[in-house]
Design a protein around this ligand. Sequence first.
Ligand SMILES: [Ca+2]
Length: 280
Amino acid sequence: MKRYYLFAAVAILFMQKAFTQVARFSVEGNLCVNNELSFVDETSVTVTNWNWDFGDSDDAGSSSSLQNPTHTYSDTGSYIVKLTITSNGSTYTDQKTIQISALPKASFSADSTQIQFSSYSRVFIDHSESFHPISHYIWNFGDNSSPISTENTSTLYKYTENGTYNVWLKVVDNEGCVDSVSKIVQIYDRFFVPNVFTPNNDQINDNFIITSNGITLFSIEIYSRWGNLVFKRSGHEQIIWDGRMSDGSLVSSGTYFYVINAESGDITYDPEKGFITVFY
Ligand SMILES: [Ca+2]
């Protein structure tokens, strides 16, 4: 009986030795283009010589004799990485196939859809492209607030004051591959639009005055309740309407509808709309 156990133990030891792989390595880092990967030798025996073949033989630096080299792949694709070690005069190899994927391409827009353009809020919408699904988005809104990490493809952000902000989006795909992009976002001051005026020439509230903080070119159109255009003007900082139509006559009392359009160059806004009441 004892002899049987001894035999079994020796057999297990023999099998372990026969099936134990001598050369071993692991790859650390995100498997994407232009990303430096670390190749870590995990061989347990004493090694006198390491020879790495990174499998992209067209590129310089596709081999290394370091124990733990780094390597960067410049193209997507499947690569066979081979480590050959020399130990006590024998050579051993380990190899792995690694898949190098493309980096995501970060892109976004800052929209004011469904937000009036004089609002300090913007909806930031991701337009990134990626080979792997994007796992999260990191937004830096450029106003010294802490970056926000989210899994949502759109994010509403409200600034506390007008200004020019350099907004950064960093996208991380589920392979850990990263890309980022920045964009200038202009936040304009609020418009001041009164909701009533009295153009009866009594020097009190005789004009409809729309003001901005002066950095926005804008235009206004004012319509009667029947949809007739009664006033139209473009301005900078301020537009004043004295209640007169193009023929010089005063409009009748009642409610009018206005549409303000910002003319701010590269950013498109939804019009700001509202009502103004005229009485005498
Ligand atoms: Ca008045």
